[in-house]
Design a protein around this ligand. Structure first.
Ligand SMILES: [Zn+2]
Length: 125
């Protein structure tokens, strides 16, 4: 197996593959299996990224809470609206990221099921 450069993103890929696993560029006959593999990898990267974003959002929320604590001098005085706005925004962002994560995980599950079905079909042939 030799490595060639993808014509699109210039990353090193296997010469036997007809599909760049990094950018999805197709050059030649692409098998369904290649495409599935590419989609699975993209999905895995997306889930990883979304997880990282959700941790960042949680950190921001904790910071906003710390800001609220400082601003209200240990919850003894009324705080400015800044911390509340930031807490509200991060809460909304968190829900949105979790929703995206849920959808990606559903898609991954569907993909794995599809892969199992095609494996079963091949076994029965
Ligand atoms: Zn590429």
């Amino acid at each position: 197996m030799t490595l060639i450069s993808c014509p699109e993103c210039k990353k090193k890929i296997s010469s036997r593959s007809a599909l760049c696993s990094y950018c999805g560029f197709q050059f030649g006959e692409v098998s369904e299996e290649d495409l599935d593999l590419f989609r699975a990898r993209k999905l895995r990267d997306q889930i990883y990224r979304l997880n990282m974003i959700s941790y960042a959002v949680i950190t921001l929320f904790v910071c906003a809470f710390g800001w609220y604590w400082m601003d209200s001098r240990g919850f003894s005085e009324p705080s400015s609206s800044g911390p509340f706005i930031l807490m509200g925004l991060t809460a909304v962002a968190y829900v949105a990221v979790r929703a995206l994560l849920f959808r990606s995980r559903q898609r991954r599950k569907a993909m794995q099921q599809k892969r199992n079905i095609s494996r079963d079909l091949r076994r029965n042939l």
